[in-house]
Design a protein around this ligand. Structure first.
Ligand code: PAF
Length: 297
């Protein structure tokens, strides 16, 4: 695995891999990008595994980027505290089969005078997490567009836990003709059902136990939907009320939102039908956790 910090070097390696010349050349390789903010865990390993499965190992270059993007953190968010575990990240990435570990410096990504934002229409960016995380998706859209332009990947792999992020990235990709094949990967969970996240490391034992109410209500929703027969008779408000009541029994968990939405527009739905997105964000102590489920029978 090669560690690359310089943006120009990353662009050059990627270009050469595609053009069949130089060290990373030799066969018109496809370049697959996994953008991350580091603090790698089994969830990221699953993204890497997915990337490896996308083409024969000898015909692809897997680039994993690690960059804690300041522009996607609000003023009161956890930028300073975000776990930074660079050496462990390198070991995990290498063991999982990453070819290039791209770790650019913030001053190179956003040099003095940097003045561009990739802005997403409110209809996608101000719903769900965007209601409270002002500017978050602009920050995500800006860095992902930059990474796509630096690396020009053929494919890019993202986790479905950040469903709204994935939807927005698909939108940018289409709207700006970036022509990257965007691949979504199912959320990886601990055996007790909690979605694996870098932010889980903030949780105390007590908080972690309390957080299990999240997978619990997601399972409850699936059950309710199945019992309704899936024909649209189940009202979103009724489902939300029941799920909220369950969460409220857990004093350490404060709901930020729990929404039933159309999966492609994120518009709220009145009736729950097959394919409806159930998305949830809560605070457990100081830690913000999100999760989601697409409801099907
Ligand atoms: O999901 C993440 O880790 C980040 O939002 C991403 C996509 C790497 C952009 O900084």
């Amino acid at each position: 695995m090669e560690v690359v910090e310089r943006i120009e070097e990353m662009t050059e390696i990627s270009k050469r891999a595609r053009l069949r010349v130089g060290t990373w050349g030799g066969g018109g390789k496809s370049v697959i990008l996994i953008p991350t903010m580091g603090a790698l865990h089994e969830g990221h390993a699953a993204l890497i595994e997915k990337a490896r499965s996308l083409a024969g190992a000898s015909r692809q270059v897997i680039v994993l980027s690690v960059f804690v993007n300041p522009k996607q953190f609000g003023v009161n968010e956890d930028l300073a505290d975000y776990p930074r575990t660079l050496e462990a990240d390198k070991r995990i990435a290498k063991a999982a089969g990453v070819d290039i570990f791209f770790n650019p410096k913030a001053e190179d990504v956003y040099p003095e005078g940097f003045a561009t934002k990739v802005d997403i229409d409110d209809s996608l960016s101000k719903r769900l997490c965007g209601r409270t995380r002002h500017g978050h998706f602009t920050g995500v859209a800006t860095i992902v567009t930059k990474l796509f332009n630096i690396i020009r990947p053929d494919k890019a792999v993202f986790g479905l836990k950040d469903y709204q992020q994935l939807l927005i990235i698909r939108r940018i990709n289409e709207d700006l003709n970036l022509e990257v094949d965007i691949v979504g990967v199912e959320t990886l969970r601990d055996p007790d059902g909690l979605a694996i996240s870098s932010r889980n490391t903030y949780l105390s034992d007590k908080e972690r136990r309390a957080a299990l109410v999240i997978p619990k209500v997601l399972d409850m929703a699936v059950q309710m939907f199945k019992e309704s027969g899936g024909g649209g008779t189940l009202k979103a408000e009724a489902m939300k009320e029941k799920l909220l009541k369950t969460i409220e029994k857990e004093p350490l968990v404060v709901v930020e939102y729990i929404e039933l939405s159309a999966p492609l527009t994120l518009a709220p739905v009145e009736s729950v039908v097959s394919g409806t997105l159930l998305a949830i964000a809560v605070r457990v102590g100081k830690t913000r956790l999100i999760d989601n489920r697409i409801l099907t029978c």
